[in-house]
Design a protein around this ligand. Structure first.
Ligand SMILES: Nc1nc2c(ncn2[C@@H]2O[C@H](COP(=O)(O)OP(=O)(O)OP(=O)(O)O)[C@@H](O)[C@H]2O)c(=O)[nH]1
Length: 556
């Protein structure tokens, strides 16, 4: 019998890399690579197998076989290999968005977001934020979309990522404010050009067309006519449709009615084909108005009916999308807020016990008047208790945990998880005294607050963030490995030094030094604090703006 020689590990790795890297630029080569691998599936490691399934799913999606692509991608959404799992979830989010199954689209996106803290690969993290911002823009959740795009910009390392993040920020801000700042436009445009992302650069003209239409319809008409041939060459139908729509609106505004009518008729029928119900309903409304201006006639009635049908479709799609988005977000928030909820339930229980002790319930029975009084007392007590709790446990300036509460929670965690791994990040703003001296103490305060709100977004669900005093902060990661903790420290460091903080029209650049320690949970919190503090000191003496990580040495 003829035996087939086994492949070397590097051959398989090369084929997988080639299949993945060429999946958009050279799909035929990807197909060939996949076929070669298919003959040797048994020789793949489990991780390589998951990657092979992902690339096959992507390749099927690329060639329009969405049903097959969905089945393949769904089969790896629970794979233990986080990079591939995230890619599969993002692909599913995109595919379900395109087939308008919004519930699935958003729930896959939020699955990917849950994994974002475990990622080591910056490019995949960027992909998460790209899809997250895009889907939030589509759901009209512009503030969240803007936040995602800003976070992406803070970790962006390539022109392409800067192009995407700045384009999405512009898109979200237009949704929020219905205006835009020309310098942001120019910056996004320049990054898209530098990244050779011509479609995204041209799409910026389409994002801003609504505003330009009011300002200068003749200039908008010229602009749309200039970019349409190039867009048509690239062939992305949804952007072409929007550019044609704005061309029609500009003609209408300029009273070139018969050209406008012809253009909008073409837009309406293409929008129907593409199932873009929003553009369809807007285009046909203008056609109906045009027909009505020409005098009462059956044509106008027919067009208004078509408008109503398209508007209904748009509204039910929008409703479906909003429900899906809010459901997925609620689910995600529920996980994030479980700890907070438990604390609040605890506070209510304590209050009830106290009320019982003081026999206030007897007073309740004394009459309706007394009930009102009791309700007022209850409200007051709750407020007082909340104030006391906040005063005792949080830092008054930044609102994050204070040293006392941090130590309490950390010590509690250590005694409840003696067998588990734990990580501690200790960091300190570099040369903070100079910031106070140069911009004043209130600028220093604003920097501390901005730092907390920026870094809290990067915190995984199991982490706690605390201000230990002055400009020194700590992050506790129960159950985390040294690699995970070091990655988070690096992400935090980059988030601080890559984008200056805004204070009263001034840009304040800051950086911080990090000491990171992780290992099996010691009995005492002090052991972790001392080790992390030594590493932080080393980071300072090594020149600042860096992270030094080491495993915790066990002291018996
Ligand atoms: N604005 C403001 N400043 C604070 C606060 N707490 C501490 N500081 C200031 O933080 C500065 C800390 O300075 P240093 O300990 O010399 O350290 P540094 O300038 O950050 O230098 P390195 O840590 O060595 O990089 C002091 O000037 C404190 O006054 C605060 O709540 N608000």
């Amino acid at each position: 019998m003829l035996s087939v020689p086994a492949w070397s590990a590097s051959e398989i790795a090369d084929l997988l890399a080639s299949a993945e890297n060429n999946r958009t630029s050279n799909p035929t080569l990807t197909q060939q690579n996949l076929q070669s691998i298919e003959a040797r599936l048994a020789e793949l490691t489990p991780e390589q197998h998951a990657r092979y399934v992902f690339i096959s799913a992507y390749s099927s999606a690329f060639s329009g076989k969405l049903d097959k692509a969905i089945v393949l991608a769904e089969s790896i959404t629970t794979t233990p290999f986080v990079d591939t799992r995230v890619k599969a979830n993002l692909l599913l989010a995109n595919m379900n968005e395109s087939i308008k199954d919004f519930r699935k689209a958003y729930s896959y996106l939020y699955e990917a977001l849950k994994d974002s803290h475990h990622l080591k690969d910056n490019a995949i993290l960027n992909n998460i934020y790209t899809v997250a911002a895009q889907l939030h823009i589509s759901a009209g959740a512009y503030e969240k979309a803007y936040e995602f795009a800003r976070t992406m910009e803070s970790i962006a390392t390539t022109e392409r990522h800067l192009c995407i993040s700045q384009s999405q920020q512009l898109h979200a801000l237009i949704g929020l404010k219905n205006s835009y700042d020309p310098t942001s436009f120019q910056s996004a445009f320049a990054h898209c050009e530098a990244a050779n992302e011509r479609l995204m650069a041209l799409a910026l003209y389409v994002f801003t067309a609504d505003i330009e239409l009011k300002r200068d319809p003749a200039a908008l008409l010229q602009r749309m006519q200039d970019i349409l041939p190039e867009l048509e060459k690239i062939g992305f139908q949804f952007t072409i449709l929007k550019a044609r729509y704005y061309r029609g609106l500009a003609l209408l505004q300029l009273q070139r009615l018969s050209e406008a009518k012809q253009a909008l008729q073409q837009v309406f029928s293409q929008a129907e084909q593409l199932q873009d119900h929003d553009i369809a309903n807007k285009a046909v409304l203008h056609l109906a108005e045009l027909a009505e201006q020409a005098g009462p006639q059956p044509q106008a009635v027919l067009l208004y009916k078509q408008h109503i049908a398209a508007l209904n479709q748009h509204l039910s799609e929008y409703k479906e999308r909003s429900i899906a988005y809010h459901l997925a977000q609620a689910n995600y928030m529920e996980n994030q807020n479980k700890l907070l909820l438990l604390q609040q339930q605890n506070a209510v229980l304590q209050l009830e016990a106290e009320l019982k002790k003081q026999e206030l319930w007897w007073t309740v029975l004394a009459g309706t008047a007394f009930i009102c009084l009791l309700l007022a007392v209850l409200g007051l007590l709750q407020r007082k208790q909340r104030q006391l709790f906040l005063l005792a446990n949080t830092d008054g300036l930044t609102g994050c945990l204070n040293r006392r509460r941090f130590s309490e929670l950390a010590q509690q965690w250590l005694s409840q998880h003696p067998q588990q791994n734990v990580a501690l990040l200790l960091f300190d703003i570099d040369l903070f005294k100079n910031i106070n001296d140069r911009y004043g103490h209130s600028a220093g305060d604003a920097v501390l607050k901005a730092l907390v709100s920026r870094l809290q977004q990067l915190l995984p669900p199991q982490g706690w963030f605390a201000r230990l005093g002055g400009e020194e902060f700590a992050i506790w990661l129960g159950g985390a490995s040294l690699t995970e903790a070091a990655l988070l420290a690096e992400q935090c460091r980059l988030a601080l030094c890559n984008a200056p903080l805004q204070w009263q029209q001034q840009q304040i650049s800051i950086s911080a030094s990090f000491g990171v320690v992780a290992g099996p949970a010691p009995a005492e919190l002090e052991t972790l604090l001392q080790s992390a503090d030594q590493l932080l000191y080393q980071a300072k003496t090594a020149g600042r703006n860096c992270c030094i990580s080491k495993p915790l040495q066990r002291v018996e």
